[in-house]
Every structure is written in C-alpha cells, then in structure tokens.
Design a protein around this ligand. Structure first.
Ligand SMILES: Cc1cc2nc3c(=O)[nH]c(=O)nc-3n(C[C@H](O)[C@H](O)[C@H](O)COP(=O)(O)O)c2cc1C
Length: 192
C-alpha cells in the first residue's frame, strides 16, 4: 500500500449508520481484527483493553436499539432493517493500570481501518448501554465497557465536505451523509 492508497482508505472509512439487512459476518472475521488490534501501540505497553465480539442477531438488536444514533440528525433514527450485522465492544480491564482512553482511540481507528479493508463499514458508539453490556456478557466488576463499534455493509453514501458555519454532520438533498472536516490551515498551527 502506498501513501495515496492509505489516504484513500482514511478518507473513505466514514462512520456509517444505515446498514444492509441480512449480511452475516463470521465471528472468525471479527477475531482476525482483534488479533490485529492487539498489536497496536499501548501507553507504557500496559494493554488494559479487552474485547467482545457480537454477531448473534438478538444481541446485536438489543445493543443497536439502546444506543443513540447520529445525535445531530434529530429527524432520523435507525430502523430495524438498517441495524448493523455485528458489534465489537472495547472493554477496559481496570485491574490493569494503564491509560485506557488513549489506547481506546488507537484501537478504534485500527479496527475501523482493518474492517474497511475487509469490505465493512463501521460506526463508533460511545452511547453504548454499558450496564446492558455487563449483563449480556456477564462481565466482572473490573471489566468496564468503553465503546462499541457497529459493523456491517453500508447502505448509505457518506462523504467529507467543507465546513460551513459549524462541523455538524448532515444529510444533503440526495440523502447523502455529509461530514464537514476542518481545513488543513485551521488544524496545522505552524511549521517551526
Ligand atoms: C469516540 C467516538 C464515539 C462516538 N459515538 C457515537 C455514537 O454514540 N453514536 C453515533 O451515531 N456516532 C458516534 N460517533 C461517530 C461520530 O459522530 C463521527 O465520528 C463523526 O460524526 C465524524 O464522522 P466520521 O467518523 O465519518 O469522520 C462516535 C465517534 C467517536 C470517535
């Protein structure tokens, strides 16, 4: 992969919230991604993060229904037909003294890109119902769910656009999901 390929990957790996129905994702495929992510950098190399993969339909449905989808799109909520095929849950093991928030971000982006290369779209979900997760997966007290990643085949067009008055994402007249990103001049403060 060259730099342009990588840029294209990052550019097209957008958060997706409308998925195609009846797509099965084998748990081995999700396992492969976890096997990849365990190789990522970790602060002090403490590796406090653990993972659960979820592909059973009834469990996926429970998690999808209790999360908040697209807070900026007040007119829309995910229907049952649009639900993802699977979730990966990122869990902090609080018995390991690490820097879980930082590691979680690294894990998240690695998972998103790995899934995209495998042909899947995804969406990070901080609005995951963490108590529900503890109950569904019998997690002990030290295992704290942090974030879910919804996974499936996309059934919507998502694209980066220039910001107008704010960075809120929106859907345009063609029902495409538009994600404003700040310009380089705004984020690069200087080259010293
Ligand atoms: C840590 C984190 C938590 C997020 N939680 C949610 C969420 O609960 N529900 C949701 O619909 N989107 C969630 N998102 C997706 C963001 O809304 C999305 O990243 C943002 O709109 C930019 O779009 P992009 O990912 O396509 O660049 C989350 C993203 C991140 C990074």
């Amino acid at each position: 992969m060259n730099y342009e390929n990588f840029k294209d990957l990052v550019n097209t790996a957008r958060s997706t919230r409308r998925f195609l129905p009846n797509i099965e994702i084998k748990s081995e495929e999700l396992e492969e991604v976890i096997d990849l992510v365990r190789l990522s950098s970790s602060a002090k190399n403490m590796q406090p993060l653990k993972y659960v993969t979820v592909s059973k339909k009834d469990l996926v449905e429970k998690i999808a229904k209790t999360a908040t989808w697209a807070a900026h799109l007040s007119e829309w909520n995910q229907t049952e037909e649009e639900q993802p095929s699977a979730f990966i849950i990122i869990i902090n093991d609080s018995n390991i003294e690490g820097f879980p928030m930082l590691d979680c971000g690294i894990s998240l982006q690695t998972i998103i890109l790995g899934l995209k290369i495998k042909g899947y779209a995804s969406c990070p979900m901080a609005s995951l119902d963490k108590d529900l997760c503890k109950e569904l997966f019998n997690l002990e007290e030290n295992l704290k769910p942090m974030l879910a990643i919804a996974i499936g085949k996309e059934n919507e067009v998502t694209k980066i656009v220039e910001p107008k008055e704010d960075t809120n994402y929106y859907r345009n007249e063609k029902d495409e999901h538009c994600v404003p990103k700040r310009k380089l001049e705004e984020v690069l403060l200087g080259a010293f």
